[in-house]
Ligand binder design. Structure first.
Ligand code: HEM
Length: 368
């Protein structure tokens, strides 16, 4: 067998393959014989995004591997929290990077924009993979000209994106993990009965303070009481026994099963118990990841408005209008941010019996 040639000392440019990376900026405007200065920025910003998308996918894949198992060891949860924190820092860069691209004025963009048709960020395979791996479903996407969202992709790219829809997403795996939470029933202590009592007391107090508020007219009182009734209805739905249908089934988008939502609520309410610290962090970070993607979508939609006004996009959507609606609608973990509707003050929270607390805690007992 031929021996591998001994390599010289590792060289910075070789390690990073800078020759390939730095010769990968081909300006369409130059190919058309009228180079537009700002197209270099446009390409480099897009490439930087795609590199960061790659890193986000790398972190997401590691998280998916962790949660695919039949159980998630406590030490892996800490690692999952670190993956989320990294994604969040990258997202901050992604949001901020819009400012760099916006140093290009709309007129400068028009110098080369038509050379790009029909290419568009709409064809970013990595962006679609991120969405699908997080848990975006085809049926929750905005419909564009009655064509599937993969219709503008090359065949092999469309196949890759469609294959990712079939894999269990982070949403699916987190839902299963929540459903397995062992703390929903604490032996003799019926958490749900106690919690329900506390909620009923809170709603009764809310109604009482509206009725006795001298600054409200009768009509205003009736409106506010209706609001409390609606809240009570949502709680009643959360408490329904059995059944796996989601609590917010009528609202668009993805929703956790009732059991998963109950577990997420419990984790949030009792987050001060040591064993729930990491699960609580994880849920909060997933909600932050979702919020950051929405912020990016909104920021990108504003940029598109600034650059092309109300024109259609190079990819053929309605442009700004599509992007704005997508920011509103394309969400996965909305249930986690909406969970606060079910929070009650710590002071009203049912106290956990000592034996339950000691089973939940990481407590160090000094040997006698
Ligand atoms: C001058 C700057 C930009 C303008 C005017 C612009 C405009 C648009 C428009 C109008 C769309 C809708 C699809 C279409 O009809 O083409 C779109 C989609 C998209 N763009 Fe941009 N874009 C810009 C920069 C960027 C950058 C820097 C990225 C970074 C990767 C990006 C990523 C995307 C993605 C991922 C989509 C799909 C969004 C979705 O379907 O939810 N765009 N863009």
């Amino acid at each position: 067998m031929e021996k591998e040639k001994p390599r010289g000392p590792l060289y910075y440019a070789d390690y990073l393959q800078l020759d390939r990376l730095l010769s990968s900026q081909r300006m369409e405007s130059a190919l058309h014989g009228r180079p537009a200065h700002d197209e270099m920025l446009f390409i480099i910003v897009h490439q930087a995004y795609e590199l960061w998308f790659k890193q986000i996918l790398w972190e997401l894949d590691a998280m998916l591997a962790t949660f695919r198992g039949a159980s998630v060891p406590e030490e892996d949860l800490g690692q999952a929290v670190l993956h989320c924190e990294r994604i969040i820092e990258i997202q901050r860069v992604l949001i901020q990077q819009v400012d760099v691209l916006e140093t290009m004025t709309p007129l400068d963009f028009l110098d080369f924009r038509d050379d790009l048709i029909p290419a568009s960020g709409f064809q970013s395979v990595q962006f679609r993979l991120i969405e699908n791996k997080l848990g975006m479903r085809r049926q929750d996407r905005l419909q564009i000209l009655d064509a599937p969202y993969t219709s503008r992709l090359r065949k092999e790219d469309a196949a890759r994106v469609e294959a990712s829809e079939k894999e269990p997403s982070l949403f699916d795996l987190i839902e299963r993990w929540l459903e397995r939470t062992p703390f929903l029933h604490f032996g003799d202590f019926d958490f749900w009965r106690e919690y329900r009592r506390a909620v009923d007391a809170m709603l009764a107090a809310d109604r009482g303070s509206i009725r006795s508020n001298p600054t409200l007219t009768e009509d205003e009182k009736a409106t506010q009481l209706k609001g409390v009734d609606a809240t009570a209805g949502r709680f009643a739905d959360l408490f329904k026994e059995g059944g796996s249908e989601p609590v917010h089934a009528a609202a668009p988008g993805r929703h956790f099963s009732r059991r998963a939502l109950q577990a997420a609520l419990l984790i949030n309410l009792y987050r001060d118990e040591p064993i729930l610290h990491l699960p609580f962090r994880l849920l909060a970070l997933l909600s932050d990841i979702e919020r950051n993607f929405t912020t990016w979508r909104q920021r990108h939609a504003q940029m598109a408005m600034r650059m092309i006004g109300t024109r259609i996009g190079t990819g053929g959507t309605s442009g700004h209008e599509y992007l704005d609606r997508a920011a509103e609608r394309h969400k996965v973990f909305a249930d986690l941010s909406a969970l606060s509707s079910f929070f009650i003050p710590r002071s009203a929270l049912p106290k956990l019996p000592p034996d339950v607390r000691s089973r939940m805690g990481f407590r160090f007992e000094t040997p006698r």
